[in-house]
Design a binder for this molecule. Structure first.
Ligand code: NAD
Ligand code: UDP
Length: 324
């Protein structure tokens, strides 16, 4: 093991995005500490890394202080799908807020750089379209999504106050809907739901009329954005949107999934959840200019890889290191 390798903490490292980030950092030769309480994350997501001399997993809940020695921190710990974050909303807020305080405190003691996985949900049901980073958002503070939205907004506040007050090097990424292998098959998110329903030949559940829009980013593109943001000069703090600006309606997504899977599924309408944002598309001008970053993977290609992953799960087979 090189004494020169960077020690990097990934909280939420056994989750969907976290496990892909661990893969990327390991491939770059870093020492990676994956911290997770396995609330929505799975050991299976990182099992292929276990036993590697540069990789370590620690079961820990970030709402409690953590004492470790690292050079950089990626703070991803937080359930991301609406059914998961609404299951225990108080814990969701605690994870975002107390988790941020604990990880920022750790970064302050270590003088470590810290990146926050924030979200397009800070814009709520946006009245500005596409969303630019200077838009303050349109968020219900007392609804079912508030535990997540307001928790993430408060975490951003804490990041910027630690930066101003303690000169901490911070990086805040606002992530827009990201998909790919290792999404939890039962997380209720639209991509996983539609693919699982199509592969099982079940009806595809469109919430509402399906004319609400989202913009879907493939996981590899997102991870590239994370790594570039962490490596950016100290004056680059964000917030910075990371997402794919190709926008589509949920009905169009359903039709595409049916086409790509060759499923016989019909599309059915189901009730629209409360406060479901009607439109979402990132303006990524800032990421293009500051990070030289933009997504490369076309939706059809990314969906094909994701479909192969879920197909592997349904067949009970091995999905392989990258879920391929
Ligand atoms: P995920 O649910 O797969 O991963 C979250 C991980 O955090 C899981 O491994 C979970 O067990 C862990 N975790 C939850 N609470 C914890 C706690 N208190 N202590 C320690 N670990 C805890 O979700 P994901 O899609 O990989 O999202 C990762 C991060 O990115 C989250 O912070 C999420 O808010 C953010 N994000 C994701 C998306 C997306 O489209 N995937 C969009 C916006 C923001
Ligand atoms: N959605 C849907 N059918 C499903 C799951 C989700 O129509 O089976 C819709 C949901 O109402 C929302 C969009 O798809 O408008 C994206 O939902 P998701 O939970 O993936 O993420 P969100 O962007 O809402 O956080």
């Amino acid at each position: 093991m090189s004494v020169l390798s960077k020690r990097i903490l990934v909280t939420g490292g056994a989750g969907f995005l976290g496990s892909h980030l661990c893969d990327r950092l390991m491939a770059e030769g870093a020492d990676v500490l994956c911290v997770d309480n396995f609330y929505t994350g799975r050991r299976a997501n990182v099992v292929h890394l276990m036993g590697h001399p540069r990789f370590e997993v620690q079961r820990h809940d970030v709402t409690f202080p953590l004492y470790v020695e690292v050079d950089e921190i990626y703070n991803l710990a937080c359930p991301a799908s609406p059914i998961h974050y609404q299951h225990d909303p108080v814990q969701t807020t605690k994870t975002s807020v107390n988790g941020a305080i604990n990880m920022l405190g750790l970064a302050k003691r270590l003088k470590a750089k810290i990146l926050q996985a924030s979200t397009s949900e800070v814009y709520g049901d946006p009245e500005v379209h596409p969303q630019t980073e200077d838009y303050w958002g349109h968020v219900n503070p007392v609804g079912f999504r508030s535990c997540y939205d307001e928790g993430k907004r408060c975490a951003e506040t804490l990041f910027f106050d630690y930066h101003r007050q303690h000169r901490l090097q911070i990086k805040v990424a606002r992530i827009f809907n990201t998909y790919g292998p290792r999404m939890h098959p039962n997380d209720g998110r639209v991509v996983s739901n539609f693919i699982m329903q199509a592969l099982r030949g079940e009806p595809i559940t469109i919430y509402g009329a399906g004319d609400q829009t989202r913009s879907f980013c493939y996981v590899d593109d997102l991870i590239e954005g994370f790594v570039r943001l962490m490596a950016s000069p100290p004056e680059v703090t964000g917030p910075i949107n990371l997402g794919n600006p190709v926008e589509m309606t949920i009905r169009e997504l359903a039709e595409l999934v049916v086409e790509l899977t060759g499923a016989k599924s019909r599309l059915i309408e189901a009730p629209l959840p409360q406060d479901d944002p009607t439109q979402r598309r990132p303006d990524i001008t800032r990421a293009r200019e500051v990070l030289g970053w933009e997504p490369k993977v076309r939706l059809k290609d990314g969906l094909a890889k994701t479909i192969a992953y879920f197909d592997g799960i349904l067949r009970g087979g091995q999905t392989g290191v990258n879920g391929e």
